[in-house]
Ligand binder design. Structure first.
Ligand code: HH2
Length: 296
């Protein structure tokens, strides 16, 4: 049976990789800070991400880049809520990227399909804010806070420690009544991790996928891609797409990306040309070698 991630009125069948498009309504995000701070531009970009093939549009009003300074609740609500409401009205499956229980509560009331918490629902009241809803929940690993996390990250076994942390957070959610079909796990690439930790986690994604929960991978435009390619954030599309494909091959079910159109195309190629896989699960061969044609 095809696994499904339940996200409010949406059910994401995971027979193909799902794409979460990033919409940062912030002044200081590392790659697109300030670009979508104006409400109409944010809404327009959210609709464009959905049109490009995003299965979820992840709206965030507080940057979580290393060293980011927290924003006040009122500021975050004022940035995020009008955009969430407008996109929900347009039928978009919206995810809200927040650590604050009050933002979670309001976003879910407004019809948000998913709550994405880089803090793993650790804040007081976060679990209560979401438990009674039917929203999907993305539980991410981050040691400490964005302000401090890159100070001196250390692990004995990063993959095992991240997995155990995530399973401990899942246990807390499930103890509060959250159905397991609502939960996805994310190792939190770049959150309190060195290059070596990120690389180990990417290679270790099968261990996370083996938990049975869908795995979300967010590598898009991150420092790791810059360190490998030597490119600035605005020029990391190809590197990010390559990393997303690798994550999928290692077991990720959902990729969180800025460049939706490019990622969707790359995923189609990966799926079509992976032996044993076929688009839409229809079981048809994609490459008709005998006739020399490729189905469009
Ligand atoms: N990364 C960022 C923010 N939210 N959520 C999940 N689940 N996984 C991630 O890897 C993740 C996340 C950071 O990226 P971005 O949103 O582009 O930047 P900023 O935090 O500066 O707004």
């Amino acid at each position: 049976m095809t696994p499904v991630l339940r996200c409010g009125k949406f059910a994401l069948a995971l027979d193909r990789t799902r794409v979460m498009g990033i919409l940062n309504v912030t002044a200081d995000s590392f790659s697109d800070g300030g670009r979508f701070l104006a409400e109409p531009r944010a809404i327009e970009h959210g609709l464009a991400l959905a049109a490009d093939g995003a299965d979820l549009v992840d709206v965030g009003g507080e940057s979580t880049r290393p060293g980011a300074v927290p924003v006040a609740l009122e500021v975050e609500l004022a940035r995020v809520m009008p955009v969430v409401q407008a996109l929900v009205r347009e039928g978009v499956a919206v995810s809200v990227d927040t650590m604050k229980p009050e933002v979670m509560r309001r976003a879910v009331d407004a019809g948000c399909a998913m709550v994405n918490d880089v803090n793993g629902f650790r804040a007081g009241g976060a679990i209560t804010a979401v438990a009674g809803s039917d929203a999907g929940l993305c539980v991410m690993h981050m040691p400490g806070t964005p302000e401090t996390m890159q100070a001196d990250p250390r692990y004995d076994d990063v993959v095992a420690e991240v997995r155990d942390y995530l399973l401990e957070r899942v246990a807390a959610l499930e103890a509060a009544g959250v159905a397991r079909e609502r939960i996805a796990l994310d190792p939190g690439f770049g959150f309190g991790k060195t290059f070596a930790h990120n690389a180990a986690l990417l290679a270790g994604l099968p261990a996370l996928a083996a938990t049975g929960y869908p795995v979300v991978a967010g590598l898009s435009r991150k420092r790791m891609i810059g360190e490998i390619t030597g490119r600035p954030v605005e020029d990391r599309v190809a590197g990010s797409v390559a990393a997303a494909l690798l994550a999928v091959q290692n077991g990720a079910s959902i990729v969180r990306v800025h460049d939706v159109k490019e990622t969707v195309d790359a995923l189609k190629v990966l799926k079509a040309l992976t032996p044993g896989s076929s688009p839409g699960g229809r079981g048809e061969p994609v490459l008709n070698v005998a006739r020399g044609t490729i189905r469009s």
